[in-house]
Design a protein. Sequence first.
Length: 276
Amino acid sequence: MKIYLDIGHGGGDSGVVANGYVEKDLNLRFGMMVREGFLRRGQTVFCSRETDVNNFGTTADDAIIGSAKLANSLGAELFLSLHFNSATSDTATGVQLIYSKNDSKGRALCDLIAKKYKEAGQPLNAIYTRVSDNGLDYYGVIRLTNMQAIIVENAFVTTLQDVKKFDDDKFCKAVAEALCDAVTEFFGLNDGNDKPGEEETMYYRVRKSWDDPSSQIGAYTVLENAIKKADENPGYYVFDESGKAVYPTAGGTDDYKAMYLDLKARADEAVRLLTM
Ligand SMILES: [Zn+2]
């Protein structure tokens, strides 16, 4: 199954800042655990970001619109928007799950996620849909995506004892696993098929040239990390599995996005051929 992880906020958009926590960082740490969990379960995972960046522009709206469009163009089958919450009260606790008013199966999926979260130690706060005066879904990531979309607000940053639980790596991972378990159970993906996802087998290699393997200074499953390494080492390039130099490229952000799409499409095709 193609699962898109919209890892909330990033770059200049911090999300909620309270109690010494910054939401964009919480989302990223949690999101990477969810990504790993789905890959381990043999699912195909796309992430809106894998570092502290906004891949879609400068504003929060840019990220919401860009992320939804990317998920649509990738043909993702499930969109999970990962966030941490805020409230005016400093005693609100638990996970909130939001689904589309048009999603007839949304409530059932959220119920199962809530059940698994509770087992992992994070109780439910609320499951709901939110609709604007114009009758459309209120939240952009739900309104603009054309696949099933769920917003997961893991805990309240504004309630210290709620967010603090996620400091513990074991707890954070148990909750991430709860999300993966709920999704794979809901969609019947637990069929013993544990083929690795594409990103476990696809490496981006940083070399001076493809024909010179001895110049290699790193191999990464995450493209952004390979790009960072190349940036730190002038004269080095990032190569994909086929030996094509994918970075540096000539242009700016748009080129990066096109390249990201191209790579994802080809990785997906490789997985498709593998599973035929
Ligand atoms: Zn948020």
